[in-house]
Design a binder for this molecule. Structure first.
Ligand code: PMP
Length: 288
């Protein structure tokens, strides 16, 4: 497969479409050195971006949280995404919007004088966990912990927060796992490296309270769906020793959608009726 830098098509950059291979930045880009970057991952289903405006609003919020004003409105970002999808004729695609501090007069940690830039690209991205999707993904347990909200703005989808995710996912893949489950700084069950987590015990659902990690849009959608189905959802702190007692588990995320989990470390879960039903209901909802 061609490198992501070497593809046909167009990327929206700072207000206009650029040929894909020309959408480049300078090596002295602030974001490359200091992780001054926020992004969104979205999916377009049959020509419609699922919760597109919510993603754009979260992008602006993420910028605010890292003290970076993104110079576009939600409406302008929506129009830019539409332009990208139209230019390459996408009906079903993954969309990546990213905003960052560019190269400019500042090269130190402070970056008030550098321009804030933005780009949007779309491409085809199938099942995030590949074949594992409906068989139940196998997860490692990460040695890295989600940091305290006093250490980093945990509700920002900010590049810097992904450093420990990349390290955790590399370690997981080296052991033959699809992803890693991370604990938080207090030792509670938190999330996977790019998705939120749900557990089932005796017909009721338990999901970690997102008080130090991203409260994903898919997570919120799935909680709403479960409540509509009259299923009890407990959002609470979950201790590692509780993993033993859970019967089912699944991940939620824009890329992951709803992916059942079969194993986390030494704990096993069945790909049960509820996990399958939630995955199917989500698939229907995003195309409704
Ligand atoms: N946690 C992390 C670390 C993520 O990267 C993602 C994906 N954006 C999520 C959770 C799920 O968020 P969403 O459902 O909004 O895609």
């Amino acid at each position: 497969m061609a490198a992501y830098s070497d593809r046909d098509g167009f990327i929206w950059m700072d207000g206009k479409l650029q040929p894909w291979r020309e959408a480049n930045v300078h090596i002295l880009t602030h974001a490359l050195h200091y992780a001054s970057s926020v992004f969104e991952g979205e999916r377009c289903y049959d020509g419609k971006i699922f919760r597109g405006r919510d993603h754009s609003a979260r992008l602006l919020k993420s910028g605010e949280l890292i003290d970076m004003d993104i110079p576009y409105s939600v409406d302008e970002i929506e129009a830019a995404k539409a332009e990208v999808l139209k230019a390459d004729n996408w009906d079903n695609a993954y969309i990546r919007a990213v905003a960052w501090r560019g190269a400019g007069e500042d090269m130190g940690v402070a970056s008030k004088r550098n321009p804030v830039r933005m780009a949007i690209a779309a491409w085809e991205w199938g099942s995030y966990y590949g074949d594992a999707k409906m068989k139940g993904a196998k997860l490692d347990i990460a040695k890295w912990k989600r940091p305290s909200p006093e250490t980093a703005p945990s509700q920002a989808k900010a590049a810097g927060l992904y450093m420990i995710c990349t390290m955790s996912k590399h370690a997981a893949e080296a052991k033959g796992c699809s992803d890693a489950m991370m604990f938080d700084y207090r030792g509670y069950v938190a999330e996977a490296t790019g998705a939120n987590m749900f557990f089932v015990k005796d017909g009721e659902v338990h999901t970690p309270l997102p008080d130090c990690f991203l409260n994903g849009l898919t997570r919120q959608t799935v909680i709403g769906m479960l409540k509509d189905k009259q299923i009890k959802v407990h959002e609470r702190h979950i201790m590692p020793e509780e993993l033993e007692g859970f019967q089912q588990c699944w991940l939620t995320g824009t890329a992951a959608e709803v992916t059942p989990v079969g194993q986390i470390g030494d704990y096993n879960f069945e790909v049960g009726a509820m996990a399958r039903d939630v995955a199917e209901s989500y698939e229907k909802l995003v195309r409704a």
